[in-house]
Ligand binder design. Structure first.
Ligand code: NDP
Length: 300
């Protein structure tokens, strides 16, 4: 039995673990991947005040810092949380962990386009991580799909690596912040394709050969010849394992109060998985700090 189980080792989970363990709680962090969450897929962090670092470096610093206060870390894909009268049980694979409090910080996962050949070619030309797979496309052309901050940030990153980046946007405007939109003009190897929707991944000789797009107004089909496809069309919260607890809203995000507590007493949540206006590293760490400190205060 530990005081607190943190589910998800991104910035929010690691900060909750840091604050709670530093305040004397016994803490176990469970994650189904490497510590750091989405930081690991982020090239450069520019808007976490006072810190300009590569994402994986910041992730590792946060991880080491929370372990230094006694938090433990284990690999574990959590499948459910059982709420008993006087404690909780967190199930991960064939293991069950007992605790007083739970902090859920599982974040979001990338939305897929849902077009023919996308699933088959994932990892073989279709990728959801520019930092991980961009270097495979040196001297090649790639498509980035989406007009939000993620798509534009990743396109700018890819433009420094690949021969040419085509950005496919379904409307005639970007959703991204203006400062990012302005950066597109600093790259002469980015071509914009407005009013185009992804329709199919074109495969030739078992390799990606292009993206078929349909015109948003006329539905006319055309092909953009590329060897790599990077969809960044939004995110969905990772909350399937808590749907039975009645703590998520209609869009699947977890609702919390000012202490980051859900309506199930003793279950807290923070970071991108919660219903909030701004999903950033700085707001994720904010949530983790509030919950970690509050949980530690409940034990006194
Ligand atoms: P967003 O939801 O902000 O943008 C998704 C983009 O994909 C939109 O342009 C949307 O078009 C488009 N899209 C959605 N579905 C489809 C589809 N089926 N086919 C084609 N296009 C589609 O998601 P992001 O992942 O960009 O960002 C998520 C959150 O993270 C945001 O709050 C963002 O601000 C934040 N973020 C902040 C960063 C920063 O500040 N540096 C960096 C990265 C993310 P439409 O506009 O028409 O809906």
């Amino acid at each position: 039995m530990v005081d607190l189980i943190v589910i998800g080792a991104g910035p929010s989970g690691l900060t909750a673990a840091l604050y709670a363990s530093r305040a004397g709680a016994s803490v176990l962090v469970l994650d189904g991947g490497a510590p750091g969450g989405k930081l690991n897929n982020t090239a450069e962090i520019e808007n976490y005040p006072g810190v300009i670092k590569k994402g994986p470096e910041l992730a590792y610093a946060m991880y080491e810092q929370c372990l230094s206060f006694g938090a433990k870390y284990e690999y574990g894909e959590v499948t459910s949380i059982e709420v008993l009268d006087d404690h909780k049980v967190v199930h991960a694979g064939d293991k069950a962990y007992e605790c007083q409090y739970v902090f859920i910080a599982t974040g979001t996962k990338e939305r897929v386009m849902g077009v023919p050949n996308e699933a088959e070619m994932t990892g073989r030309g279709v990728s959801y991580c520019a930092v991980c797979d961009g270097p495979f496309f040196k001297n090649k052309e790639v498509c980035v799909i989406g007009g939000g901050n993620s798509a534009i940030e990743e396109a700018i990153y890819l433009a420094d690596i690949v021969k040419k980046v085509h950005i496919v946007v379904r409307r005639d405007v970007l959703r991204a912040d203006q400062y990012l939109a302005d950066k597109i003009n600093t790259k002469d190897n980015i071509e914009m394709h407005y009013l185009k929707k992804p329709h199919a991944v074109i495969v030739e000789n078992n390799k990606v050969a292009g993206l078929e797009v349909s015109d948003s107004n006329t539905n006319e089909l055309s092909v953009i010849e590329v060897q790599g496809i990077f969809p960044f069309i939004g995110l969905d919260p990772m909350t399937d394992f808590v749907k039975n607890l009645g703590i998520v809203n209609e869009r699947g995000y977890i609702e919390v109060d000012r202490n980051q507590e859900t309506k199930v007493s003793g279950i807290f949540a923070g970071g991108d998985v919660t219903d909030k206006a701004l999903r950033q590293v700085v707001t994720a760490t904010n949530d983790g700090a509030i919950a970690g400190q509050y949980i530690a205060s409940l034990m006194k």
